[in-house]
Design a protein around this ligand. Structure first.
Ligand code: F6R
Length: 249
């Protein structure tokens, strides 16, 4: 595990964008796993700036997103497809036909999950998977559970996750946050060549420490990343404690 600790959110975002950009420059047809939420917004902005400055070409890139709310279509302004379009895809030259997000409008949960797994299988492993971390340690929307879930699943979101998402999105209205989501499984996340977990802000400090310095347990889903051979934790000083820096090997 490598840890990159920067003073500010902006610097951490730039470091994260630089890693992703290097991968794209090294392998223009790379496959990248993307996350939504507040954490990667600065990273996507930096990637858009690089594209606009002519130093980055997304034309051969394929992307697969971690998750989508069950019941929301891509034109719903709180859906994750919409988030990706407005924060990244609409502003760069990526081929949207090669950007994958679980189908939130597929009401048959089993079908939605197997359909997404088929897509992921057809992609093979990803070159880079970008992750945020939930306050309860979730990655993607893999919430704390008795076991790590390998494949794409339909998940009941924890109350804390619904609260967190309402605070940042859905105009603060908890009742508007869908209670279920489709999420890429932890098995596929772990197959990625490199995993970048980005965490910023004091609110993430305890959970990041638990995830990387505590026991590996499905009750802290991100803790499984301790077993991944190539993880980079990027964050600001507020989120990355000295213990996490010391845990880097
Ligand atoms: C989003 C996702 C989630 C978020 C996590 C942190 O696609 O998979 O795991 O990364 O909930 O969200 P923020 O960044 O809003 O704190």
């Amino acid at each position: 595990m490598r840890v990159i600790r920067k003073s500010t959110y902006e610097e951490a975002s730039m470091a994260c964008a630089e890693l992703i950009a290097s991968q794209i420059r090294l392998k223009p047809d790379c496959k990248i796993g993307l996350a939504t939420g507040s954490t990667p917004v600065g990273t996507y902005k930096a990637l858009v700036d690089m594209y606009k400055a002519g130093s980055l070409d997304f034309s051969k890139v394929t992307s697969a997103n971690l998750d989508e709310y069950r019941g929301l279509g891509g034109d719903h302004d709180q859906s994750y497809r919409y988030f990706m379009n407005t924060n990244l895809f609409d502003h760069v030259n990526i081929d949207k036909n090669k950007t994958y997000v679980p189908n939130g409008l597929e009401a048959d949960a089993e079908k939605a999950c197997t359909d997404y797994d088929k897509i992921l299988e057809s992609l093979g492993h990803l070159d880079i998977q970008l992750l945020g971390i939930g306050g309860d340690g979730h990655i993607g929307f893999n919430e704390p559970a008795d076991a790590f879930c390998v494949n794409t699943q339909c998940i009941d979101l924890e109350e804390q996750t619904i609260k967190d998402n309402a605070r940042l999105f859905f105009n603060g209205d908890m009742s508007a946050v869908p209670t279920q989501a489709y999420t890429m499984g932890i098995g596929y996340i772990m197959k990625s060549e490199t995993v970048i977990l980005m965490a910023t802000g004091a609110g993430k400090k305890d959970i990041v420490e638990k995830a990387f310095c505590g026991p590996v347990t499905p009750y802290v889903p991100a803790s499984i990343l301790q077993l991944h051979p190539n993880v980079v934790v990027i964050g600001d000083e507020a989120a990355i404690s000295d213990a996490v820096v010391a845990a880097a090997k």
